[in-house]
Design a protein around this ligand. Structure first.
Ligand code: GDP
Ligand code: FE
Ligand code: FE
Length: 194
């Protein structure tokens, strides 16, 4: 895979930098997300180079300390209420700025897919959906409902987005965790596909 013009690293060099930033387990997850993202890109006619890069970088910031995200929120003058959330919400929405700084990646489509991979959006692009769904169904995932999500992903990407979002909200409410408003917006926009 050739990553020019989006980033100037070879695939080999990129994988090395990504692997250095995370546990072996998370790196395997990232490779699994890439594999599924490429399958979905093929199935739904999405750009495979963008799918590969967004998948490989989607959790790049996940193991950064909170201080890194709080600093990025300040420097990029993001909504200060973001600070009341945590790593789960930050690693995509704020992590995209770290990725631009570290890789010189400025492609808005790739960065948006990375930003939205956890919480989705009411108006997701094809690439956003591919990454959002691939993250949920990659082969290393094992939880009740993942098989249904895999079947839906093979059938209809919007149904898979709707199913994943509904299950995520169910899980968060069951655990008594706060739901980021954008996650609810995703649910409302896709609930008709359930
Ligand atoms: P991962 O990074 O590959 O583990 O997957 P995600 O980025 O999709 O999700 C990371 C974590 O964020 C998971 O535990 C999700 O359940 C959680 N999560 C997803 N949406 C929300 C939300 O709206 N609010 C909160 N608090 N957590 C969320
Ligand atoms: Fe993630
Ligand atoms: Fe992930």
């Amino acid at each position: 895979m050739i990553y020019e013009p989006y980033i100037s690293l070879s695939r080999e060099a990129l994988l090395r930098v990504i692997a250095e930033q995370m546990s072996e387990k998370r790196f395997r997850h990232v490779l699994g997300v890439e594999r599924v993202a490429l399958e979905l890109a093929d199935r739904y006619a999405c750009d495979p180079v963008k799918a590969s890069l967004a998948a490989l970088l989607h959790d790049y910031a996940k193991e950064q300390p909170d201080s890194v995200f709080l600093d990025l929120i300040d420097r990029y003058q993001l909504n200060p209420t973001l600070k009341t959330w945590g790593n789960n919400v930050w690693h995509g929405l704020v992590g995209r700025y770290l990725i631009t700084e570290q890789f010189g990646l400025t492609d808005e489509e790739i960065l948006t897919a990375i930003a939205r991979h956890t919480v989705g959006a009411s108006d997701m692009t094809l690439l956003d959906k591919v990454i959002y769904v691939a993250d949920y169904i990659e082969p290393g995932r094992d939880f009740p409902g993942v098989e249904t999500a895999r079947q839906l992903a093979a059938e209809d990407l919007d149904k898979a987005v709707a199913y994943e979002t509904a299950r995520t909200i169910e899980h968060l409410t069951y655990k008594g965790l706060p739901i980021y408003p954008q996650t609810l917006e995703t649910y409302n926009a896709y609930v008709r596909y359930l």
